[in-house]
Design a protein around this ligand. Structure first.
Ligand SMILES: *Cc1c(COP(=O)(O)O)cnc(C)c1O
Length: 365
């Protein structure tokens, strides 16, 4: 009843636009956390691989294992889990050959011990907190951790990275980028090694070319949306997901009829009302109640009353051609974009996309 069409062509198109923007020198790490922002990690990773992507970023070891063992990737790939692992997670990095984010000395020591006990190597990346305030080692102790990694025979340093708190403008990234570059230069000078350095999310891909370094980490841009409304540069990206649901009931109501829970909406004249088979359990958030529009047969109609768990109602007005079985587009490349719809609910396209629930069938086109 409720479907998310996923256009793998649009995904490949968006990937090619990002590739064109960053040029040949920076690798692209495809960010596929949260089931590829709700699009299906396997099909997305498969498509990205065909576009030449060899690096993938996920939230944690569980997502990494799902991607690794799912069979979508046919070529050797690097999978990095962004979370700082708990000690109990460490063996899984070893056994599944997943790159581990290191933020502290204790985890580093545990990883070395666990890898040494099996006489194997864990690939690690050092995460530096230059100002996001979420995960990472403070720059002041990063050099010490890097030395420690270099002295750990069972750890292999595959990269150093940081994450921006505000990448909507170049200025928003400057301080963090400076701190990061200072640190990585110091390390590369002291160790005579070069290491993969990366920082840029979608925002920085658009706003801060000097942050591209050796690799960029686009998420939302891959899926067809700009991270903020006022990006200084916009790419011609296309939404990858279209969220659709069927009209399951159409009725005429007299003036004075109220619609949905708590009777928040009343027909002030005779109207036609369609009931559509999608609700907040599908990811059509209740915060949209009375704010959204949906598109049916090319026309836009207001959603009225409270969004319920499994259905919403729309006001078809007095003259319309809508009938049971018609398809309503809730967001996507037709009708309203996930970013604009998200704005009506006080959230962002990211949350709109990854809220599309498991109940919604993904159809790959
Ligand atoms: C989610 C995430 C990204 C991608 O962010 P977008 O804004 O979607 O491009 C990049 N890096 C890290 C560490 C992330 O967690």
């Amino acid at each position: 009843m409720t479907e998310a069409l996923v256009s793998l062509d649009n995904l490949a198109w968006n990937t090619s636009l990002i590739r064109k923007r960053v040029g040949g020198s920076a690798r692209i790490m495809g960010i596929v956390k949260a089931n590829a922002y709700g699009h299906n990690v396997h099909r997305v990773a498969e498509t990205l691989e065909k576009s030449g992507v060899r690096d993938f970023g996920v939230a944690n070891i569980h997502e990494a294992i799902e991607l690794k063992t799912g069979g979508a990737l046919k070529k050797p790939a690097n999978i990095l889990a962004f979370s700082s692992p708990l000690p109990s997670h460490i063996p899984f990095f070893l056994h599944h050959d997943i790159e581990m984010t290191l933020c502290d000395s204790l985890t580093l020591q545990s990883a070395e011990e666990i890898a040494a006990a099996e006489n194997k190597t864990i690939a690690v990346q050092l995460k530096v907190d230059t100002g996001m305030g979420r995960l990472g080692t403070p720059p002041a102790v990063a050099m010490e951790l890097l030395r420690q990694i270099d002295h750990s025979p069972h750890l292999e340093l595959k990269g150093i990275y940081t994450h921006f708190a505000d990448s909507s403008t170049a200025e928003g990234t400057t301080k963090q980028l400076d701190a990061f570059k200072t640190l990585t230069a110091e390390y590369e000078h002291a160790s005579s090694k070069t290491v993969c350095k990366h920082a840029a999310n979608s925002g920085a891909i658009l706003s801060a070319p000097e942050s591209w370094l050796d690799m960029v980490r686009p998420g939302i841009l891959l899926y067809g949306y700009h991270p903020t409304k006022n990006s200084p540069c916009r790419l011609d990206v296309r939404p990858v997901m279209q969220f659709e649901a069927k009209v399951i009931f159409v009725k005429k109501v007299p003036a004075g009829t109220t619609i949905s829970y708590n009777r928040t909406w009343t027909a002030n004249e005779p109207r036609s009302i369609a009931t559509i088979a999608a609700g907040y359990a599908d990811g059509y958030t209740r915060a949209l109640s009375g704010r959204a529009t949906v598109m049916i047969n090319g026309n836009t109609y207001p959603q009225v009353g409270i969004v319920t768990m499994d259905q919403i109602m729309v006001d078809l007005g007095t003259r319309h051609d809508v009938k049971t079985g018609d398809t309503a587009t809730l967001f996507g490349w037709e009708g309203i974009g996930a970013d604009s719809l998200a704005g009506l609910a006080g959230t962002i396209s990211y949350e709109m996309l990854c809220s599309v629930s498991a109940r919604v069938k993904r159809i790959f086109i």
